[in-house]
Design a protein around this ligand. Structure first.
Ligand code: HEM
Length: 480
């Protein structure tokens, strides 16, 4: 199967004006997120921000890097091609501090993530103190090694005078994420291949993999065709809302749960039964192969093949969870054509997000494996982009993952089934007990009790990643 060429782009996107993490992604084996406050000398900060602009990585770098990597390989150069990236984003408090008080028309962003915590069913006691404090912005630095990232950070710190008495940013929190080592590269800490299914973006992606859908650019970029909100300030065009969440993962506890509840089927060993349960909780096997295509055994060649690993839909299965449970993480967070049976038929396009997560924390220690208990903090630095948090992250978390009645049953179902919670990220009010249906491939009536939440939110913030022209002409204005 080959990639599907897209028709000519409907819009011309100015790729040199868009920060790269939004489209294409910052190149990374490691990423450091520096959360900061702006000092009271706002004019001096603006001056420094203005000086930072030429160092910010834009989407136009994607093509240049791809060509350079090809050349590096062609010349058989040793090691990895050195890649680096730098992006910056601001919270509502940060925009206000900079005197930018226009209504950007996203109430989740304006209120901030701490105010949104009850909507998300987050438990504030689990939040890091830093995310309960005021944060004005975040600087993302990515690269191929800690050394190369640290070098960029030193430049950034020097620029903002961080070690001088008149520093214009004050660090609130610094978190580092790393791609996992060896064969676990690209896999999150529960062991599943991550970052497979992303929407294509019309006007940017020139080719789509089979099964991949291209959304209008305005689903991700403010002010572009497909942005459902009107009347936003013109400077916000070509920016995108960045949702940051620090999500701790209880890996030994998750593994123990799978070991204690293997799916029993003729010919499956208990280990294979546990693998199958894990695959049905996520919607994909650890290799990335979708259970919808290969419901009873993993197929690593399929999982690693981008021309096949996203080529499925739930069409014709809207009343069935034989292949994939309704509550499986991937079906909850992107129900594909499950919603087309609603009256009127609903498209998932406005609810798509672009994910840029990276794992944080160490690999499991011997002690944790022996004790079957988390001792060291690890998880996912979850980052996603959208033009509208209320349709994107907030909607997915609140209306889908945390909603046991989602997806709704098809008209005249043979038997109404309550799908239950997304077992990976679904959160119940008051941390109440969670269940999901369809864990057993052969039984629609099966209900699985999820004893604890395996993912715990340690908090986060909502940011806006502005275009380069917005940085130059609005956020850092008067600073030359
Ligand atoms: C620690 C927390 C999380 C883990 C371990 C996790 C893991 C995964 C994995 C393994 C996949 C399948 C691979 C892929 O298609 O990329 C996936 C897909 C996905 N996840 Fe998550 N995820 C987490 C948090 C979240 C959150 C907070 C959201 C949004 C609220 C989210 C939204 C999605 C979406 C939209 C997909 C793609 C589904 C599809 O298009 O088929 N995830 N995740």
């Amino acid at each position: 199967m080959s990639q599907t060429p897209l028709p000519a782009p409907p819009t011309h996107l100015d790729l040199s004006n868009i920060q790269r993490d939004i489209l294409g992604g910052l190149p990374k084996r490691t990423e450091t997120c520096i959360f900061f406050k702006i000092s009271d000398d706002v004019d001096a900060f603006r001056k420094h921000l203005f000086q930072l602009i030429p160092h910010i990585t834009t989407v136009s770098q994607v093509q240049k890097d791809q060509n350079a990597i090809k050349e590096h390989r062609r010349q058989n150069q040793p090691g990895l091609f050195p890649l680096a990236g730098l992006n910056i984003a601001f919270s509502q408090a940060g925009l206000v501090k900079l005197g930018v008080t226009d209504d950007i028309k996203d109430s989740a962003f304006t209120a901030g993530q701490l105010a949104d915590a009850p909507n998300l069913q987050d438990v504030p006691i689990s939040w890091d103190l830093a995310f309960k404090r005021v944060i004005h912005g975040v600087i993302l630095v990515t690269g191929d090694s800690h050394e190369s990232v640290d070098k960029i950070i030193q430049h950034v710190e020097a620029l903002f005078g961080v070690h001088l008495p008149h520093a214009t940013i004050l660090e609130v929190l610094r978190i580092r994420g790393d791609v996992r080592p060896g064969a676990e590269k690209g896999h999150e800490h529960f062991g599943f291949n991550d970052g497979i299914s992303q929407p294509g973006v019309q006007g940017f992606d020139k080719q789509l993999n089979p099964g991949q859908v291209a959304v209008k650019p305005g689903v991700i970029l403010v002010g572009e065709d497909g942005d459902s909100v009107t009347g936003r300030p013109t400077w916000a065009k070509d920016g995108s809302f960045l949702v940051f969440r620090r999500l701790a993962q209880l890996v030994p506890e998750f593994n123990q749960f799978l070991a204690d509840n293997p799916i029993v089927l003729p010919g499956l060993s208990p280990e294979q039964g546990s693998e199958l349960l894990g695959a049905r909780l996520v919607g994909r096997w650890k290799s990335g192969a979708p259970v919808d295509i290969t419901p009873l055994q993993d197929d690593p060649a399929l999982g690693n093949d981008p021309t096949r690993n996203n080529n499925f839909s739930y069409a014709g299965e809207q009343d069935s969870e034989t292949r994939c449970p309704f509550a499986a993480h991937t079906r909850k967070t992107n129900p594909r054509d499950d919603l087309e049976q609603l009256t009127p038929p609903t498209s998932v396009d406005p609810f798509r997000i672009i994910r840029r997560a990276i794992p944080y924390g160490p690999e499991l220690s011997k002690g944790e494996i022996a004790e079957k208990k988390t001792i060291h903090d690890r998880g996912l630095l979850f980052i996603c982009y959208q033009s509208n948090i209320e349709n994107g992250f907030q909607f997915i978390q609140k209306n889908w993952a945390n909603n046991p009645a989602f997806p709704p049953p098809p008209p005249n179902p043979p038997k109404a089934i309550q799908p239950g919670f997304d077992p990976i990220i679904g959160q119940a009010a008051g941390a109440a007990a969670r269940t999901m249906s369809g864990d057993q491939p052969g039984s629609q009536a099966s209900q699985l009790s999820l004893p604890i939440e395996f993912v715990i939110s340690r908090g986060g913030e909502y940011f806006f990643t502005p275009s380069i022209s917005a940085l130059r002409n609005t956020l850092a204005r008067h600073a030359r």
